[in-house]
Design a protein around this ligand. Structure first.
Ligand SMILES: [Mg+2]
Length: 375
């Protein structure tokens, strides 16, 4: 008999509205509409001994209802189980939904459970998640993304960069990939001159260049001493990324769009980037992310996880090499706590687990919820 067992599982679908409609290069090439909201799948797990875990997954533009529906189909399988056996429980849920595969939506639905089980385990141990997993550091270098979108003018981007640096965020990433390459270069030059040569600067093309453009732009961007060029090409173009990685001095970063460890394995095996950017909710949670970290470290890659800093701060703290975490203030209204930034780094909170609790605002933005097990 397990020492403790899962008594109740609750799921919520929460729609987070964004203050402004957000555009990256995918909007300027006509492939997507400006983003106005992000849909979150929250999982809350409680045990007989009154231990609690909170996890989440998310989707942008489409897929939120499907993640929620799949999670609701399989959640019952956790009731009565020992919450410590995370690997076994995730495998059980994978088999429950085996016909929809081990990547994409199905995997992302399971991520919310996986993160909640890790949060619960760390809270039971009285440890921040990073400490439970085994941390290499208690703070991680951080950069701002939310101020550098293409819907913002160059002046607005500069102003947001200054504000980020004043807030202790140590670096700035801006979006590129506009139809007019000269305009991209003008914005990069403007921001580089504004922040000076000592502040790390990254650019993100959100997959919108073809191979020729990426190589030409990559060469023209070398003079700005960028920390990385992100998603220069289609996320699944392993060969194209590998050529850029070999050819350019500026490091190449990619991986945020990939939806399983197996998809990342192709990038890693293909030597297709210098910096890998996995996203724990997108690849199936912490269990899968830990597998990925092992593979990436083995091959000498640097790590800069995508989005969801509330989860990734803990994971990035556990990678053997110095890492980056992406600062996005978008999720702040969902949680009662704030992550601290100081001297260019984000500090791992000393609260147990992830160190976040759902806010009243997140409850108010809940559009659907369902519970399994006993009240
Ligand atoms: Mg990106």
């Amino acid at each position: 008999m397990p020492a403790d067992s899962i008594r109740r599982v609750s799921l919520s679908s929460v729609t987070l509205p964004l203050r402004n409609a957000i555009s990256d290069a995918k909007v300027f090439t006509g492939r997507q509409k400006p983003m106005t909201e992000v849909v979150f799948l929250f999982a809350e797990i409680s045990t007989e001994q009154d231990q609690h875990g909170l996890g989440f997954s998310y989707s942008k533009r489409a897929g939120g209802p499907a993640q929620y529906a799949h999670a609701a189909e399989v959640a019952e399988g956790l009731i009565g189980e020992d919450p410590n056996d995370i690997g076994r429980l995730i495998t059980k849920l994978q088999w429950a939904g085996a016909s929809v595969g081990r990547s994409g939506l199905a995997t992302q639905a399971l991520a919310a459970f996986d993160v909640a089980l890790y949060d619960l385990k760390a809270k039971r141990a009285g440890l921040p998640l990073a400490k439970l997993l085994g941390a290499h550091r208690d703070s991680v270098r951080t950069y701002n993304t939310s101020g550098g979108f293409l819907n913002a003018s160059l002046d607005e981007v500069k102003e947001r960069a200054t504000r980020s640096l004043d807030e202790g965020i140590g670096a700035v990433k801006i979006k590129v990939g506009l139809p007019d390459n000269a305009e991209d270069l003008r914005r990069v030059r403007g921001v580089r001159e504004h922040i000076g040569d000592d502040v790390p600067l990254m650019v993100d093309a959100n997959q919108q260049w073809d191979r020729t453009t990426a190589l030409r732009m990559g060469r023209r961007l070398e003079e700005f001493d960028l920390t990385w060029i992100e998603e220069p090409l289609d996320a699944y173009d392993v060969e194209g990324h590998a050529r850029l990685t070999r050819t350019l001095d500026t490091p190449i970063a990619t991986g945020e769009m990939l939806a399983s460890v197996a998809e990342h394995e192709r990038l890693i095996d293909g030597a297709a980037c210098d910096i890998i950017q996995p996203d724990a909710p997108r690849v199936g949670g912490i269990t899968q992310f830990l597998r990925l970290m092992t593979l990436a470290d083995q091959r000498g890659l640097d790590l800069a996880p995508h989005f969801a800093m509330e989860i990734h701060l803990h994971l990035a703290a556990c990678y053997p090499r110095e890492t980056w975490v992406e600062h996005f203030d978008w999720l702040d209204p969902l949680f009662n706590e704030r992550l601290e930034t100081k001297d260019g780094r984000m500090l791992v909170p000393d609260r147990p687990g992830l160190g976040v609790t759902m806010s009243e605002q997140a409850r108010a933005w809940t559009t659907e919820s369902i519970s399994f097990g006993q009240a």
